[in-house]
Structure formats: C-alpha cells, structure tokens
Design a protein around this ligand. Structure first.
Ligand code: FAD
Length: 564
C-alpha cells in the first residue's frame, strides 16, 4: 500500500518532457506550451473536474510541491445543494458559483486551468486527450493532449435515465447550473402559455401539470421549492390559472426519501399530501413523449399515460462514457462504477486516482469486514463471541459505510442493526445471526458503498491532497512514523468517511435533518439550521454574501418571475 518512489516519477517526468502537447495534422504532436524549468522538476499532477472532489483537492494541495493542471469544461465550482433553489429563483445562479481561477490563484504556487473536456484517458502513455468546449472555429486544433505523472479523475457522473425511451428528448435534468436555469424558464413558460386566451381549460391544465420523477432528496426538494414558488409568488401573479396547477411526484419505490429515517419519510409524505402535491408511489416511468408521460404500476402492472407541461427527471446517477471507456482499458469493464482502493488509487493502473461521484471504494474491503463478522458470528455460535464484540464490528462497518447500513435496513435488518449499533441490546437471544449472515452474503458486490454526495466527494478530495502533500516527506523518511492503523505498514491512513448528517428541505420553511447517531430533527427550526449550515459551507465570502442576500431579497420581495 505504498506510493511509487520519487525516483521513478522523476524518470517519467524527464521522459515525458512535462509538456502540454497539441494534436496537429502531422502524425507527431507538437509541444505548444512547455512548463517552466522549475515546474519541469516537479511531478505533474493533472486534475480532471472542478466539482466538489476536484475543487476540494485543489484547495488543499500544496501547489509549491507539484506542477498542477486542471482540465474541466466548467471554469467554475458550483454549490450543487442549492441548485433546486436556483430552479425557482430563490437564489440566483451566479450566487452559487465561484470561478475556479479565484480558487486556484489563492494557492501557494501556480495551478494552471484549461477549459476543456477530457474525452480519453490513456493510462499506458500517461496522457489525457482533451477537447475545447468553446464553439469557436479552431480549424481542427481544438483537441490537445496533456501528460501527467499523477492523474486525479474527479469528473462526477451523469444523470441516469435507465434507457427509458423519450427521457433525454423530453425531460429536464437537474445536475448542472444550466439545467436549473432551463427549468426556471420552463416553469414560467408553462404559466405564460396557460394564461393565453386561445387555450381550453384542458390545455391549461396540461401546461400546468408539473411532473417530478424520482423521490430522492433532489426530486423532493425540487417539488417542495416549486410548490413554494407557486403558492407564494406565481399564484398571486396568475390568479386565473392558479387552481389548475398540479404537481405530481413519481417514485418507483415504496416511499420517498427512502434513505432517510422513517420519521422523516412519513413526515415528508404527509406534508406533501397536505400541500396538495400528488405523490404516486410504486409508479415506474416507462416512456415519455412530447405530450405525455407513461407509468407502470408496480402493484398491478397497469400502464397509464398523463399529459404534462414539464417533467424533471431526477432518478440518480450513471457513469460518464469517458469513464466507462477508461474502465474497459484498466480491466474494470464488468463493473458499474470505477473502483479504487481505500487510498483512492484506481484498481488496475498506476498513479491514477479517482474521487467523488465517478468512483467507488472497492467493496472488497467491505467483504473483508463482512467476513470478519461471519467469523465472529461463527465463534458466537460456539459460544466464544460476546454480543458486545459483534456490536463493535457492525457499528464500525455502519459508521464507515453508510450505504451498507442502509442496505441492511432495507433488507429488514433494521431492528438487529439498531440493536447492534445501540450497543445496549438484551443479549444474544435477540440476534438472528443466521438471517444476518444470509443477508450479508447477498450484499451487492457492485454497490457504491459511500453515498454519492458532496460531503463524500469533498472529504475524499481533502484526504488525497493531504496524502500528496506528505508524499515527499514520507519518501525522504521511509522509517518515519509509518504505522498508522492495523497491522500493515501504511504511509497513510486509508480514507475514512465521516458522516456529518443529511438535510431534506420540505418547503414552507420546514426541513428535516438526520444527524449522526440517528438523531432526527424536523420543522421550522431545522430550516434555520439548514440556512446556517449552507451559508457556512459556501466556498468563499463572496458567494456566502450573495446567497444570504438572495435569501433576504426573497423574504422581502418574493421571487422574480421574469422569463429571461
Ligand atoms: P461534480 O461536482 O459533478 O463535478 C464533476 C466535474 O467534472 C465538473 O466540474 C464537470 O464539469 C467536470 N467534468 C465533467 N466531464 C468532464 C470531462 N469529460 N473532462 C473533464 N472534466 C469533466 N450532495 C450533498 O452532500 N448534499 C446535498 O444537499 C446535495 N444536493 C444536491 C442537489 C443536486 C440538485 C445535485 C445534482 C446534487 C446534490 N448533491 C448533494 C450531490 C453532489 O452534488 C455530488 O455528490 C457532488 O457534486 C459530487 O462531486 P464530484 O466532484 O464527484 O462531481
């Protein structure tokens, strides 16, 4: 579990020439921008992506030690948790973005940024192939190559449509800033269209039917925001069509917000019912045309279609094509998500790291931990394991891998997991060890064991940057304080996720929060907690001020309904 030696890296640097290389018509690419002499001696780190993971890495890396280059089609960092607020103008798009150049210029050392997308990673020759996203005519020069010694892949994920016909063509996604801006325009369009004199009442109702697909945190928050927008602002401005508005939330599972505590799920479902939001559970979307959306009921297989004015699709994430292709190259073609070890190193290749939504820590570690439970459980059957010991193992697993805990809960193991986690059960009689073992043996081996959240991505980015910052010191002092944990001689602790809790804003100035230790808080005071946490988490004082000003503006003047 050690990083490669510095001497190896230096050889690679001198071979590669540490240059930025561009495609030309001739077969040999030419160097267009050489690194400075000083940089040439430094190891070259290329970061793909300026989202939560990439930006956290950049904020924490000691840029004086490395020659760092960032490649991303976005020249800004976006604070995604506030994207649903942008869809209704509660906050403005520019208030939640920070130019990446503002972030990197504060670093001790130069970090270079290239606005382009990577379309191919070549791990054999240690190069990434990039393409400018500008629409200008580059006369065939829009593609170029960047070589690296270390590559940090932090490209995030794309929206997952599950190949449902018509989704890409007819639905809005809520992933990027542009998506939120498009949704905002589209909502106003629907109201303006419905207000035209030439429409029948039926056509008005169709235009004012807003469908949200996916009852996860994003879909729920968007439905709540939209409902507030209509209740507090649009209803006053379009009084003659207000009563024709309908918001429908479609969820294929049994409940919305299923990853939250049951108390939050029930509160959200009841609140939405009171607010008049039509929550349809067990309803799977099978097709979307430009006029209607078709669903299949899980209970009876019945298919029905309803006309809509706008659909927002929010059903989770999938792997980007460039990452899928890379996975094929490194022997991970049979996986759903790019796998890394607990030091963020991509399995099957050297010097490539992956963070955030585009990657998952290999479940092998979980399997090992589960095997530990098995062996302890076996011992328990022979009477040598104490319930306390078993509880310690489960507690450790659930703390480190919240998704595994969720999985166990969903498999009906909630009571046992809770009992084990609480550490105060009534003794071995209550532990259904056999059932526990059976379910653990079925744990999805492809499961993304950490949630796809900003929290995970930014902690991973910070962790990896700290490893990079200490790499040279560890090379110089190989006999230094290496022993960190367990029995192995690791230079660095493996990454350990620290879950800080999760919010679900539910509209009407109410929110729910699930904090560590299964502590649940719901209501108006939680909404104020949400305001303070999200204000404090902003990446800069500039965006913090803009966001707080937007919230204040909204309290005083309401949201802006102009279609610009
Ligand atoms: P991203 O933040 O998506 O960043 C990916 C980066 O890669 C971007 O800069 C992108 O431009 C770049 N990129 C893409 N393609 C390429 C390419 N080909 N070459 C180079 N660069 C590329 N999480 C929470 O913890 N709390 C929340 O409240 C929360 N709310 C959310 C609300 C919404 C609406 C959404 C969409 C997500 C929310 N999340 C939340 C999840 C969170 O945003 C993601 O988990 C997080 O953004 C993942 O970070 P990342 O760096 O992996 O990816």
């Amino acid at each position: 579990k050690q990083y490669p030696s510095l001497s190896k890296v230096l050889v690679l640097v001198s071979v590669s020439g540490a240059g930025l290389v561009a495609y030309s018509d001739s077969s040999s690419p030419h160097v267009t921008q050489a690194a400075s002499e000083g940089d040439r001696k430094k190891k070259k780190v290329v970061v793909l992506g300026t989202g939560w993971a990439g930006t956290s890495f950049l904020k924490n890396i000691d840029a004086s030690q490395y020659d760092v280059q960032v490649v991303s089609p976005r020249n800004y960092f976006a604070f995604t948790p506030l994207l649903p607020s942008v869809t209704c103008g509660t906050v403005e798009a520019r208030s939640i973005v920070e130019p990446i150049r503002n972030i990197i210029k504060k670093k001790n050392g130069e970090i270079r940024f290239l606005e382009a997308e990577c379309f191919k990673i070549d791990p054999t020759s240690k190069k990434v192939h990039c393409r400018s996203t500008q629409e200008t005519d580059f006369e065939g020069k829009e593609e170029f190559i960047v070589d690296y010694d270390y590559l940090v892949v932090a490209m995030g994920a794309r929206s997952n449509t599950f190949n449902t016909p018509g989704v890409v063509e007819n639905c809005h996604f809520l992933k990027e800033i542009e998506d939120a801006q498009n949704i905002r325009r589209s909502v106003i369009d629907c109201f303006e269209r419905a207000n035209l004199p030439c429409l029948s009442d039926e056509e008005r109702k169709k235009n004012l039917h807003f469908v949200v697909v996916g009852g996860g945190p994003t879909g729920v928050e968007f439905a709540a925001e939209l409902n507030d927008f209509i209740e507090e602002d649009l209803g006053r401005l379009y009084p003659n069509v207000k009563d024709m508005v309908q918001i429908t939330l479609l969820e294929a599972g049994d409940h919305i917000l299923s990853m939250f505590d049951k108390r939050i799920t029930s509160f959200a479902e009841e609140k939405f019912q009171r607010d008049g939001i039509n929550v349809k559970l067990g309803s799977m979307v099978v097709k979307v045309t430009d006029k209607d959306i078709s669903t299949k009921e899980r209970s009876n297989g019945q298919i029905s279609s309803v006309p809509y004015g706008m659909v927002v699709w929010s059903t989770g994430i999938g792997t980007r094509p460039v990452v899928s292709e890379f996975m094929q190259q490194v022997g991970q073609g049979n996986r759903r998500v790019l796998a890394t070890d607990e030091w963020m190193r991509v399995l099957g290749c050297n010097n490539i790291y992956a963070l955030g939504d585009c990657a998952t820590i290999n479940q092998r570690k979980v399997t090992e931990d589960i095997a530990a439970i098995f062996s302890k459980a076996d011992k328990d059957n022979s009477g040598t394991l104490t319930v306390k010991e078993l509880k310690e193992v489960v507690n450790d697993i659930c703390e480190r891998y919240p998704q595994v805990e969720l999985y166990l809960k969903n498999k009906g193991m909630k009571n046992i997991v809770d009992l084990l986690k609480a550490g105060g059960g009534n003794g071995a009689d209550e532990l259904d060890i056999e059932k526990f073992k059976t379910i653990l043996s079925q744990v999805d081996t492809q499961m993304k064991i950490l949630p796809a959240t900003a929290q995970v991505a930014s902690q991973e980015g910070e962790y990896l940057a700290n490893c990079f910052n200490r790499m040279e010191e560890c090379e110089k002092n190989p006999e230094g304080p290496l022993r960190m944990r367990g029995s192995g001689r690791h230079k660095f602790h493996p990454f350990r996720y620290k879950h800080l809790g999760q919010f679900a804003p539910l509209g009407g100035e109410q929110a729910a929060a699930q904090l560590p230790g299964d502590w649940v808080s719901i209501g108006h005071s939680t909404q104020w907690l949400w305001y303070s946490v999200y204000a404090s988490k902003q990446v800069s004082w500039r965006t913090r001020m803009l966001v707080v000003t937007d919230w204040t503006r909204r309290f005083i003047f309401g949201r802006d309904s102009s279609r610009i």
